[in-house]
Design a protein around this ligand. Sequence first.
Ligand code: ASP
Ligand code: MG
Length: 363
Amino acid sequence: MKYDVFKIGGSILTSAKSYIDVALYIKKISEKKKLIIVVSASKGMTDLLIEFYDKNNKNALNEFIERYQNIVSYFNIPSLQDDFNKLINELLIISKNAENYDIKIRDKVLSFGEKISKLILYHSLKINDLNANPLNADEIIITDNRYGDAFIDISKTMNNLKNLNKDIYLIEGFIGKSYENNVTTLGRGGSDYTASALSYILKSDNLFLITDVKGIYSSDPRIVKNVKIVKKLDFEEAIEASIYNVKGINYKTFYPLINSNVNVYIGKLGDFNTLVNNSPNYNEKVKIFGFKNDNENKTIGLIGKGMNKDFIIKGVYKLFNGNYKDIIINRNGERPSIYIKVKTNDIQNFVNSLHDELIGDNI
Ligand code: ASP
Ligand code: MG
């Protein structure tokens, strides 16, 4: 039997109870499947470490320790507390020597969000009679030397995963080991990328990206009112979507999968509503509106491989009554997206009308 890969997003890891909920869910599915569990840092923890390191804000580090300590205390397990103390001591020693900004030290510091989260999930599984085998991402996931935005070396990592024979493994997302033997991080949202690389390497049938929303939406619900769930994307569309910051998915996530047969399910625990795989599902209209900020402009990416670009561009012009002096539209060659650069303060209205007019029915 092949491994299914489950990535547990930090957005659902918010309390001791949430770790236990996740553990119970994993226990249930582990009865039928061999699993690799990829775990993110608990919600907000990576932000705190970044705030600490980049701004030398000691309060952020204290808050990081306190929030994790609260979760750890709940379990009341001496070996968990001991291992937690050891990790915190390591973090404090590294932080003490962190006077001068150094991207290598920064990655080391950032890695503790995931390391501690893995430890907590390990014990949450254990108290539910599930013995997961911990793997250390900073030994197994080999990356290049681009600290802060490292790329996984698939063939070297594959070599380290040749002899997996247990039913369930647990590994940190987001971190790896550089060619120079230092800890690296893969960039924000990088746990998705760890999980996709693992599912490619292990030729998994299924990869589950578990988060706090039901799936990928047709746009950012904080900006657009009438968003819909996107039911189906192919890998190229998903790459475009992550480049346009959709759902904070790391932009490297779907590259390893582009010629694979992996099915990627995105959603909440047991409630997956978006499927990404290599079979196309075209829509003449737009599937997703994503966003990028560049300087004073906002760039809106209209994503959907099957969209009728002439129709869409006409639609954009029509909607704005020929008054489009502040818009630059680019068909973007062979890419599945069109992008629109807008210099308008009223971006909210602009995007909402555009979305309602151009988004497809059955996406
Ligand atoms: N903890 C990391 C971040 O917040 C990686 C992840 O959550 O995927 O960016
Ligand atoms: Mg995340």
